[in-house]
Design a binder for this molecule. Structure first.
Ligand code: MG
Length: 395
């Protein structure tokens, strides 16, 4: 097999009017790994593109602070796990969690894409093969941050998005209730009931509370009162790092308590499972350590009877990762799928193609080699951004 010949790190972003919304698809950092035959694999991560680029291209200083590009060139892209561990070890001073793992995620995804293309097989086959006959995506229904709008305006948008998601073909939806002080907890109960009425009884409904509470009792109070709404899971009820709060909540409610969308590596996820006692973990494939790490997370979670339903709010690269992971994993009943038809996001719509179809809540298994999506050169050209950081690192 051809070895890695080139590694490119491409910061991409669309101009935004306000950075105070909560849309992770306004920028991305794409890593493109090309082999000696000119075959290329792509990956991405959800972190400030310029900062991750600087991390990947940092000057080598000592054994635990090494330039990543130089270690990749000349390597066999099939040795994905070995490469993962080498890069983890050689960046453990500045890396090990957070940004270092985000960078490693983008590289790992690109290596899977490249290796799949080299052998002409879809990535899920590299991950062990199909464990299901079709895929079950869920759509996140997010009206945006309140930004001065009334709760009725937000609920009207939620209503429209629900309709659109069902029209597109989704049969599982997640209602984001990031309403903050616009509503009391008592009002929030009524709004979630209204959400259930909007989608009807047959659609799977999840709720994301967006870290509303610092007191798990308050979270329990609301979750108890929506018990008859048949909520599949309750996400981000208390603060991300409050694992004891998650555990108390999990001990005192019947609904699946979940979180960990910002967690990196199986080491952090183990804490979420053992200390946080959550029923579902939601690491993002492009931030937790890539496809290598999320498969390791899924195998570990299986020992605890915990599901892995990955977070994903980026471009079509991450959307493709969700499909391949879900295809290869039994303890992942759903995966978050950001549909380009649901929100107006230029990067989600234009950066890669093609898009899968959803029919009656299902998608077919991916069919094309690698991730099965390709960069659109015009979009890369249009949205490539110079980096507002100090200059390139020497290698
Ligand atoms: Mg979330």
């Amino acid at each position: 097999m051809a070895k890695i010949a080139q590694v490119e790190v491409l910061p991409i972003a669309v101009p935004v009017d306000s950075s105070w919304d909560c849309d992770g698809s306004v920028d991305t950092l794409v890593v493109r790994v090309t082999d000696e035959d000119g075959v290329a694999g792509i990956g991405e991560c959800d972190a400030p593109p310029g900062v991750v680029k600087a991390f990947i291209e940092m000057p080598s200083a000592h054994i635990w602070s090494q330039n990543l590009v130089r270690q990749l060139v000349g390597a066999d892209p099939f040795e994905i796990k070995a490469i993962w561990e080498r890069l983890y070890e050689t960046t453990q001073y500045p890396g090990r969690r957070g940004l270092g793992i985000h960078a490693l995620s983008a590289i790992d995804i690109a290596l899977h894409d490249l290796a799949g293309k080299q052998v002409g097989r879809p990535v899920y086959k590299l991950l062990g093969g199909a464990r299901r006959e079709f895929l079950l995506p869920y759509a996140t229904i997010f009206p945006g941050m309140p930004a001065g709008r009334s709760i009725r305006e937000l609920m009207e948008i939620i209503h429209q998005l629900f309709q659109k998601a069902l029209q597109i073909g989704f049969r599982a939806v997640k209602m984001e209730v990031l309403f903050y002080e616009l509503v009391t907890d008592r009002e929030l109960v009524d709004l979630i009931r209204e959400g259930r009425r909007m989608v009807g009884p047959d659609v799977t409904l999840m709720v994301d509370f967006g870290y509303r509470w610092r007191d798990w009792h308050a979270a329990k109070w609301v979750i108890d009162r929506i018990a008859d709404c048949d909520i599949y899971f309750a996400e981000a009820a208390v603060q991300h790092d409050d694992l004891h709060g998650h555990a108390r909540l999990a001990d005192h409610t019947d609904v699946r308590i979940c979180g960990a969308e910002h967690a990196a590596t199986r080491w952090e996820i183990r804490e979420w499972i053992e200390k946080g006692k959550v029923a579902v973990v939601q690491p993002d494939i492009n931030r937790c350590g890539g496809l290598t790490e999320i498969r390791r997370i899924a195998e570990m979670a299986e020992l605890y009877g915990v599901q892995v339903i990955p977070h994903g709010w980026k471009t079509g690269i991450t959307a493709a990762c969700g499909r391949h992971f879900h295809a290869s994993t039994l303890n992942a009943e759903f995966f978050e799928f950001l549909s380009p038809d649901l929100y107006d996001s230029p990067l989600r719509r234009d950066l890669v193609s093609p898009e899968p179809e959803i029919r009656e809540g299902r998608m077919e298994l991916p069919a094309f080699p690698g991730l099965g999506v390709s960069l659109n050169p015009e979009a890369v050209e249009k949205y490539s951004r110079p980096i507002p950081l100090a200059g390139r690192a020497t290698r």
